[in-house]
Design a protein around this ligand. Structure first.
Ligand SMILES: *Cc1c(COP(=O)(O)O)cnc(C)c1O
Length: 492
């Protein structure tokens, strides 16, 4: 289940950017596109010799040089895959022959080379429906929540479900580079995927399957233990494998009523934990059911109170201190007294938080979903549009068929005027049913042609608004975007 993706880095060229490129393990290939360098103070000969040595040392797999100066020094570049072009336009003409996919591409061009044209051309060509992820926005959001924490409070970042649809590897890599303390996934295979992409942060698994304990241990993943049954299974497994002090996380059910030890079970749990040398309790945690909702604040307080009671008993039984955590994104903002020594940051990382008004501009949406127009048609009032003949226009007009459907995650519920998309700044409604791979928009009042870009969501037409249109929550919109939609990452 790997999405087709690539990543653009646009960092100031030099040692730092190359180091960053070098530690991106999520794609098999690392590519550098570099233009002529001006005003270095060195002679061209010395300059390009130095650049070539540095690139070789940082293990760049594919090098693309653009400009006459760099081209005339190509003999210095000792890299198996290298390409040189006189100018940006020549490169863009040849773009499709370069077959970019599953690679991290560092782009650095002097201003006059207008390298933004390369990323534009690549994202257009790559696939007709693309989700662009800004790693800068992700970083902004991470830092916003970090600024709400007392010194020493750890951050656990939730990267379950393909990082809420945003892509596991790039996001996890960015989080690792920026020193979050923990990552959390839902299932063991998601954790294995992180390890294979070179992530070495501690990883908690929310719902570990007994049948995959071998993988869990082999890849040093840390299970959430939420029931006596699971505790038994894991201790038995640890005995069998001769493990000792294996890090685990205990989940307490303080009111969510999904997973976790309940109040009346804590005493027995404590008995079982005493002198258990097979496991080491790394953390004790619980989950708030309505951290963002003022009308449930009394309930949240009762959750906090019973959590505090539970972890004190557990720490007493263990005889050592553990990490304690209960708040999610909205809880970070609304329940500072319950930060303890770790918080679990989920949707806020991705730029959405019910407790942080969009108007404050503190958060930046990290994702833009865009597609394009495949055909524009004139239709008359009597025409019916799409399956079941459900759509029609009030009067003669125009429709645009665009390349996104419910198989991409644009749900059928958006059909028949419920959903809107943006073309050249104009909001236009859907018309008729959403199909599997495409849908139709009423573009009667605007100027549109084939190939035009269509925004499904971005920082203006926000995910929150789409969620409102179909009566769901932003989490569901984000995680529905299917794996076939190409992800393209930007970091500048
Ligand atoms: C998903 C999840 C979170 C994150 O919640 P957000 O509202 O996205 O911040 C926190 N804790 C647990 C146990 C979760 O499953």
């Amino acid at each position: 289940m790997t999405a087709s993706s690539f990543q653009f880095l646009k960092l100031p060229f030099g040692e730092i950017a190359l180091n960053f490129l070098n530690q991106q393990n999520q794609h098999p290939k690392r590519t550098l596109i570099l233009s002529d360098i001006f005003q270095s103070g060195l002679t061209q000969d010395v300059l390009y010799r130095q650049v070539a040595d540095m690139i070789k040392a940082k293990k760049v797999d594919k090098f693309i040089g653009v400009g006459e100066a760099i081209m005339s020094h190509q003999q210095y570049f000792d890299i198996a895959q290298k390409y040189f072009y006189q100018d940006t336009s020549s490169l863009i003409q040849q773009l499709s022959t370069l077959n970019f996919d599953h690679e991290t591409i560092l782009i650095k061009g002097s201003r006059s080379f207008e390298f933004e044209r390369i990323s534009q051309a690549l994202t257009l060509k790559a696939h007709e429906t693309v989700m662009e992820i800004s790693l800068n926005a992700l970083l902004n959001n991470l830092n916003y929540y970090k600024s709400k924490l007392k010194p020493g409070v750890k951050v656990m970042a939730m990267v379950k479900a393909f990082s809420y649809g945003s892509g596991t590897f790039e996001v996890a890599n960015m989080l690792q580079y920026n020193k979050v303390d923990y990552l959390t996934v839902a299932y063991i295979d998601e954790g294995v995927a992180l390890r294979l992409a070179g992530i070495n942060l501690p990883v908690m698994v929310l719902n570990p399957e007994v049948s995959a304990f071998d993988m869990l241990v082999e890849y040093k993943l840390e299970p959430e233990i939420f029931s006596f049954n699971l505790l038994d299974e894991f201790v038995k497994y640890s005995q069998l494998r001769n493990l000792s002090n294996y890090p685990v996380h205990l989940k307490i059910d303080t009111g969510m009523r999904r997973l976790g030890f309940e109040d009346f079970e804590i005493e027995t749990l404590c008995d079982m934990l005493e002198e258990n040398r097979y496991i080491k309790v790394q953390s004790v945690f619980s989950h708030l059911a309505a951290s963002d909702a003022k009308e449930h604040d009394d309930f949240t307080k009762s959750q906090i109170t019973s959590f505090e009671k539970a972890y004190k008993n557990i720490e007493d039984a263990l005889g050592y201190k553990v990490i304690k955590h209960i708040v999610n994104t909205s809880g970070i903002i609304r329940w500072p007294r319950a930060h303890y020594n770790m918080v679990r940051l989920g949707i806020g990382l991705y730029g959405i938080d019910a407790a942080t008004p969009a108007s404050s501009n503190a958060l930046q949406p990290i994702a833009t979903l865009k597609t394009s127009v495949s055909q524009v048609k004139k239709v008359v009032k009597n025409d019916t549009i799409g399956y079941n003949r459900n759509g029609s226009l009030q009067k003669d007009g125009k429709i645009a068929t665009v390349r996104i459907g419910y198989a991409d995650g644009y749900l059928r519920a958006f059909g028949n005027g419920v959903g809107t998309m943006m073309i050249k700044g104009n909001l236009v409604p859907t018309v008729g049913n959403i199909s599997m791979d495409m849908c139709t928009l009423d573009v009667s009042n605007i100027d549109v042609k084939e190939g035009d870009e269509v925004i499904v969501f971005n920082e203006e037409q926000r995910i929150e608004e789409l969620a409102r249109q179909i009566g769901t929550i932003p989490y569901e919109i984000l995680t529905n975007i299917s794996q076939r939609v190409k992800r393209v990452y930007f970091y500048e």
